[in-house]
Design a protein around this ligand. Structure first.
Ligand SMILES: NC(=O)c1ccc[n+]([C@@H]2O[C@H](COP(=O)([O-])OP(=O)(O)OC[C@H]3O[C@@H](n4cnc5c(N)ncnc54)[C@H](OP(=O)(O)O)[C@@H]3O)[C@@H](O)[C@H]2O)c1
Length: 255
């Protein structure tokens, strides 16, 4: 584990974010989690305190899709805690969309939360970290951002935008002493995937996912993608000619 002292995790009230928070607190790291639901965040803090015996977790309510809310949360965080040395921009949502229920509102909502939500947080964190000449930022995208997959046109596009923006920002931030990592999970068992009705290949639990994220961040890796076999498969698929690619992905269209 790296020498983090204070970590901010958006979307830390459940799933991957909560498990990362728990593993950090268990190592004595102070963690501030954010989300929209105060009660859920408070319960998460109590659960982590009980399971780790460390009272190191705090929460700040923040809707990442609302710039004013993000600005206010960042101010509150800096008033109550030291400048974090690691920020994990993990809040996100998923909703499938097909051609029969094609609704721009789904695209607007997922872009607002998954993409702009990260941008709004980066707009607070980047100036503070650049001024300090240090800091580490992790952006949680998804392997669904690698290429277009049936029913993931809204979710996948929001994650593809994140992958692109993160790649674009990396070299400049590096010059300023700020580390940037891109986290691309495959399927992880969380409230987000519990809604899926299809078989999820290479599904893993949040514990190994969080351990993999923290190991990669400690090594300051740029891309942290898992599980490895699923990632290799998807990266190979991306290299196929479209004619072959579409002959395979058509089997993913829900019946
Ligand atoms: N699970 C997977 O298989 C998988 C795969 C690839 C990528 N991911 C990504 O991993 C991240 C975490 O997802 P998860 O699987 O752990 O799902 P999750 O348990 O549903 O966690 C998502 C968290 O984001 C928060 N959130 C949602 N909208 C928000 C908003 N507008 N403002 C602030 N917080 C918001 C939710 O809390 P509130 O609802 O209380 O605000 C929730 O705690 C997401 O970015 C997701 O896209 C997950």
């Amino acid at each position: 584990m790296a020498s983090w002292k204070c970590v901010w995790i958006t979307g830390g009230g459940s799933g991957i974010g909560l498990e990362v928070a728990k593993q950090l607190v268990a190592k004595g790291v102070r963690v501030i989690i954010s989300g929209r639901n105060a009660e859920k965040l408070q319960l998460a803090c109590e659960m982590v305190k009980k399971t780790t015996s460390y009272d190191l977790m705090d929460y700040i309510v923040c809707d990442v899709g609302d710039l004013a809310s993000v600005k206010a949360a960042w101010q509150t965080l800096l008033e109550k805690h030291p400048l974090p040395d690691l920020v994990i921009l993990n809040a996100g949502d998923h909703q499938p969309v097909g051609v029969d229920d094609f609704d721009p509102a789904i695209f607007e909502r997922l872009m607002q939360v998954n993409f702009l939500g990260v941008i709004y947080c980066l707009a607070q964190v980047i100036p503070a970290f650049c001024q300090a000449g240090k800091g580490q930022i992790a952006v949680v995208a998804s392997v669904a951002g690698y290429q277009g997959l049936p029913t993931a046109s809204a979710y996948g596009a929001s994650k593809a935008a994140l992958i692109n923006a993160t790649e674009a920002l990396y070299p400049e931030l590096k010059l300023k002493g700020v580390e940037l990592s891109l986290i691309n999970p495959g399927f992880v068992r969380t409230p987000l995937t519990d809604k899926n009705t299809f078989d999820m290949p290479f599904l893993i639990d949040p514990e190994p996912a969080a351990a993999c994220i923290l190991k990669g961040l400690a090594q300051k890796k740029f891309e942290i993608a898992f599980p490895t076999r699923f990632v290799i498969l998807l990266k190979l698929l991306k290299r196929l000619p479209y004619s072959i690619y579409f002959s395979l992905t058509k089997h993913l269209i829900p019946k």
